[in-house]
Design a protein around this ligand. Structure first.
Ligand SMILES: Cc1cc2nc3c(=O)[nH]c(=O)nc-3n(C[C@H](O)[C@H](O)[C@H](O)COP(=O)(O)OP(=O)(O)OC[C@H]3O[C@@H](n4cnc5c(N)ncnc54)[C@H](O)[C@@H]3O)c2cc1C
Ligand code: SF4
Ligand code: SF4
Length: 451
């Protein structure tokens, strides 16, 4: 792997994802919110050590997978022992959760059985500020939030791992684990034995804080006055809910609200998400995502897609099902691909866009995962077109021209917006891929006991 002197390329390209690994190895680095791009990034370039652990410089997927899962076979979805569709049978817990409520059931069960002494997971601090905290009592798990989709500084999770004795479970998004394990493997190997299990989220993207500001203009709240925010809950897709300090609540449907479609379109993602190839969370022992399958659209509460990569994770999931806390059916790798799409799991766009950025001299992380070479990499012209649009929209965001962006979506971008809906409707609701024999659906009777 190339040795990079410092983080200057990462900062110039806006590629930081806030994992915090650089802060753990280099005391000169301070990660803070950039007032223009509204993403967390280092204030100064730091040293060669900071660059060595930074997942916006490079990730050694092969080395890390061997370190974490020695001797295991690695395929395009990473190390896969088994794949399941699972759901908490606690209706309230499931309704509150982002998808099937599996993470909270699992964390409660691991704490209750004494398999772990504590959980390091994201919690609400104040406003739009969320940070990892230590949870040691099963009854406290339900107080953790659902999915938080805006960019965060994840250093507190790493500090807790360093400072907390005992056997720990960690809940994390893929790039967070990339930074964490690059740091642990190379600079703090004594911490590895504390990690009993990592529960990873599948992750398609996260958003800069411009998304929250833009929604403020569309819904009428002041972002400075936010008391709490949640993105999911109340059904499989759920709605964005913002509570302000004066007691008002603002909501937007994630599926149909037009303002939401503007503020949460992919140009609002942190830049590294566009070149990210690790949506399936190759480094987590157990991965949880949404089951976005035609055969699961019947659910009123949400169903989780679960990938078990380690024996401990597989046993923990099996125990949960045996205890009656969850219902589950075993499926296969096809369901990962169907649920997440080939574009996402095989990095069809990300590999193409990374090549394009490299060719025009923009710093791009070296990300070569086990999925490289699978799927069909998108043509360069699409990457170039996307880049032009991204540069334009990032300039509009920096100038806070959110209203103009809404107008633009309803006029210049309208065709693409409608086409996306049509595609979604054809595949998920009309099930054209299933009817035309392009895919085999799971039969409805296998889902007995699911909500
Ligand atoms: C940024 C992001 C993008 C995602 N993208 C996809 C996607 O494209 N496709 C897909 O299938 N699933 C995606 N997910 C996962 C999905 O939204 C659910 O989080 C997952 O299915 C778990 O649902 P649950 O009902 O079991 O968990 P919940 O009961 O909702 O619990 C969520 C848990 O995750 C922790 N958490 C929440 N947000 C974060 C965060 N930002 N960083 C670290 N920990 C966090 C919380 O502490 C909590 O323990 C994403 C999640 C995030 C955070
Ligand atoms: S991605 Fe992580 S390691 Fe790299 S600069 Fe950002 S916070 Fe630091
Ligand atoms: S898409 Fe990749 S880079 Fe973006 S938040 Fe998810 S794991 Fe991190």
């Amino acid at each position: 792997m190339n040795v990079v002197d410092n983080l200057s390329g990462v900062i110039d390209a806006g590629m930081c994802i806030g994992c915090g690994a650089c802060e753990m190895v280099d005391p000169t680095v301070r990660v803070s919110l950039n007032p223009k791009s509204l993403i967390f990034e280092p204030e100064t370039p730091g040293s060669v050590d900071a660059a060595a652990v930074c997942p916006a410089v490079a990730v050694d997927y092969e080395g890390l997978q061997t370190y974490l899962f020695p001797g295991a076979d690695v395929g395009p979805f990473g190390v896969v022992r088994s794949v399941h569709l699972s759901q908490s049978v606690d209706n309230q817990r499931n309704m509150k959760a982002s998808s099937g409520g599996l993470i909270k059931e699992l964390l409660r069960s691991l704490l209750q059985s004494g398999d772990i002494d504590g959980v390091i997971a994201l919690d609400h601090v104040d406003g739009i500020n969320f940070a990892a905290r230590l949870v040691t009592h099963a009854d406290d798990i339900d107080n953790l939030p659902g999915s938080i989709y805006h960019n965060l500084k994840q250093t507190p999770a790493l500090e807790l791992l360093r400072d907390t004795p005992g056997r720990l479970a960690l809940v994390a998004i893929p790039c967070e684990l990339e930074g964490l394990y690059s740091w642990v493997k190379n600079y703090a190997p004594e911490l590895r034995s504390k990690i009993t299990i990592t529960i990873g989220l599948l992750c398609g993207w996260q958003y800069s804080h411009h998304s929250i500001n833009a929604m403020g203009e569309y819904l009428g709240y002041n972002p400075e006055e936010i008391a709490d925010i949640s993105y999911r809950g109340g059904g499989p897709v759920g709605k964005l809910t913002v509570n302000t300090r004066d007691g008002n609540t603002y909501t937007a449907s994630r599926r149909v609200d037009f303002g939401y479609q503007v503020a949460f379109d992919r140009h609002f993602n942190t830049s590294r998400c566009h070149v990210c190839i690790n949506h399936s969370n190759f480094l987590a022992d157990l991965v949880v995502g949404d089951a976005w399958l035609p055969s699961t659209v019947f659910t009123k509460t949400g169903i989780s897609l679960v990938i078990c990569r380690s024996e401990f994770a597989e046993n923990a999931h099996a125990r949960l099902v045996q205890s009656g806390a969850c219902v589950s059916i075993e499926v296969g790798e096809d369901e990962i691909r169907e649920s997440q799409t080939e574009r996402v799991v095989f990095g069809e766009f990300a590999y193409a866009y990374a090549d394009f950025l490299r060719s025009i001299g923009v710093h791009t992380p070296a990300l070569h995962g086990p999925n490289e070479g699978f799927g069909t990499v998108k043509p360069r012209r699409l990457a170039a077109k996307f880049h032009r649009e991204l540069v334009r929209k990032q300039a509009l965001m920096a100038a806070r021209r959110y209203r103009y962006m809404k107008w633009r979506k309803g006029t210049l971008e309208l065709r693409g917006y409608i086409m996306r809906y049509v595609r979604w409707f054809m595949v998920r609701i009309l099930r054209v891929k299933s009817i035309s024999g392009q895919r085999k659906e799971i039969s409805r009777d296998r889902f007995s006991g699911f909500n």
